[in-house]
Design a protein around this ligand. Structure first.
Ligand code: TRP
Length: 334
């Protein structure tokens, strides 16, 4: 019992989730439900205001994301699933943690530098402050495990440092108020690459349209995208550093079938790229088809989605509020 992790992860609100996120993150969330005690998953709408956005769209995107996650197998009975802005403790803890976060810490965040480039002066303070909100998300639950993509490594390092500093600065008789969480980067399929440019990660923002398979793509679109995936010179179905296109397709099929690379290589040892791609397309269709169908059932019922998120928020508050009470107390508030 004591060894079960408290898992926390956050996901950005967008309906344009792609195969890389599905494999690298969403499937881990579903698996974490049986391991976590509890597993806590949050649609991070408060983070969205760090870049220009439309308020009316934001609500829609939260519901799109919620429906995708539920369609993929998140079960609100077995996890805590909610919308960040429904739980005020996140905002409050963000401010309180700013006492142990320095300007220099935030100034070192490479994601902020990359996102803003030369337009630093125009970036919102929210974008600069994003990592503190992310720290509050996790620390409010005394989570022990944070499954996220490799690109979030630096943010998790910072939240660990913030927790340690908080405990050092406000430790009541050696009692730690906050828990220092562990980063967990998914091993399988953490790096699903763009089908057209297999040197770069699949992404809805930086990738190619044709090389990015969306979770909600219909069967025809999936077959077209996989069918036109770039392969490499030669005609062997073999994973190798100089064969990024084929390696990526092997990884995708291995995940879809729940096997390793060697099984795929063996099965297609005598096959051409055409047959191989057809098998990959079949695998992706089988992986995503049921999710798309379930999404179509869930998404129209917004009242039910809202009710699910609200019930999750109530569970989240019940965990976070006692932590906030401790934080307020050790910081000298009433
Ligand atoms: N920043 C994360 C991302 O872009 C999303 C996120 C927000 C998150 N808060 C979190 C992830 C807390 C893990 C834990 O993917």
């Amino acid at each position: 019992m004591a060894d079960r992790p408290i898992i926390f992860s956050g996901i950005q609100p967008t309906g344009r989730k792609h195969l890389g996120i599905f494999i690298g993150a969403i499937r881990q969330y579903v698996e974490g439900q049986d391991r976590g005690e509890p597993a806590i998953y949050c649609v991070v709408d408060l983070h969205s205001i760090s870049v220009p956005y439309e308020p009316a769209d934001l609500r829609e995107r939260v519901l799109d994301t919620a429906a995708i996650l539920l369609a993929a197998g998140l079960d609100p009975e077995r996890c805590v699933f909610f919308r960040q802005s429904d739980v005020r403790q996140h905002s409050e803890l963000t401010w309180l943690l700013s006492a142990v976060t320095s300007h220099g810490d935030l100034d070192r965040m490479t994601q902020f530098k990359e996102k803003t480039g030369s337009a630093r002066e125009l970036a919102s303070a929210a974008l600069f402050y994003y990592p503190v909100l992310m720290a509050a998300d996790v620390l409010a639950y005394r989570a022990t495990e944070v499954p996220v993509g490799d690109d979030q490594r630096q943010h998790v390092e910072l939240m660990r440092e913030i927790a340690r500093r908080f405990n050092g600065r406000f430790g009541a008789e050696g009692e730690d108020t906050l828990v220092v969480p562990e980063l967990v980067v998914p091993a399988v399929g953490a790096r699903i690459m763009d089908l057209q440019e297999p040197e770069r990660k699949m992404s809805t923002t930086g990738g190619t349209e044709q090389g990015t398979v969306l979770v909600l793509d219909d069967e025809k679109t999936i077959r077209k995208k996989v069918g036109s995936a770039v392969t490499d010179s030669g005609r062997e179905v073999r994973a190798a550093a100089d064969k990024p296109g084929v390696t990526n397709l092997i990884d995708i099929l291995a995940v879809a079938r729940g096997v390793g690379r060697p099984e795929i290589e063996a099965e297609f040892a005598d096959a051409g790229y055409g047959d191989f791609k057809k098998a990959v397309a079949d695998g992706v269709v089988e992986l995503l088809g049921p999710v798309r169908e379930r999404y179509a059932e869930l998404r129209p019922d917004e009242a039910a989605l809202e009710a699910t998120l609200e019930a999750g928020a109530a569970k989240a508050r019940a965990i976070a509020e006692p932590v906030l009470e401790d934080v307020r107390r050790v910081m000298g508030f009433g």
